[in-house]
Write a new protein. Sequence first.
Length: 380
Amino acid sequence: MVAHLIPASSLFAPENCARLVIKIGSALLVDQQGNIRRDWLEAMAGDIAERRAAGQQVILVSSGAIALGARRLGLAKGGRASLEDAQAAAAVGQIALSQQWAELLEARGLIAAQILVTLDDLEDRRRYLNASATLDRLLELDVVPVINENDSVATAEIRFGDNDRLAARIGQAARASGVVLLSDIDGLYTANPKTDPDAKFVPIVSRIDAKIMAMADRGSGSGMGSGGMVSKLEAARIATRAGINLAIISGEHDEPLKRFKHSNIGTVFLASKAGSARKTWLVGRLTVKGSATIDAGAMRALERGSSLLPAGVTALTGRFERGDLIDIIDSHGEKIGQGLAEYDAQEAQLVMGKRSDTLAELLGYAPRAAFVHRDHLVLI
């Protein structure tokens, strides 16, 4: 659903957003020849310093390491010809990128700190809490954290793959009020405006449904990054479910935050009501190991706030273990939630569709109370 409710930039102003995450893509930081866009970065540092002076805490999620390292190493396809090339390029480019941010922010009287994370750092609950505590302390010390995925050690199977979703997850971990994704486009359009002259701009999105997702273009326009509008909408879904407003704005101009403030040009995705801290973490998890299809009776029970019992499960997919994240699918094939499985896949096959009073005999031990406990389950 799309609604025109508020000025696009007001939710991200320092007086309304104490803690802001800003994601900057590769195409904004590095030109087509693989050189750092120093003038743009200097203007961006000034933009950040202005926000800090107004009392807003700022976290940067900065891409660009692979593109920058690829140029220095002379690697084809921007360093993305193979996983090994991307890892090597990231290792070389990250040093140069961090040095640029440290110098430019220091010139504005700000201290930068580098944090490199992997998908597992935010998927594992304990490591997620450690990251959250580190971010809190850095921000208390008036430091600007500069974050990137640790591409030098990430594998194709275990990685974010784009910094849009990383920014949303960092927003969760930092308990931010807003996330701003700087893009090569002003925001969301009903179709790709570069190829469709009838595409219309969408200023406010109050609910991300199938209609909104259908508007996305899957490509990365620059050829240097790994994201596109689909990844930005996925990031918006993660952020808004955690109670965080997210904006997509153009970074093609100098001082894009200042431009956004004065022009209100951008697409804002309005936050929904956040759940508990644990459920906020759960709803943003990206590593799904399987699914459980449920019947109508189980669906009604979940809507009342109950746990998912084995009797309500009609089908299973995946090779999951106890504690792994699984999708919850309704009888129409639609994903309606996700949660942490209380049984591994082999046990789950034995107990699905069975009444609780028969489980002990089937398993040979006292069964667990639920298939997915309500404390570890969130509906979408």
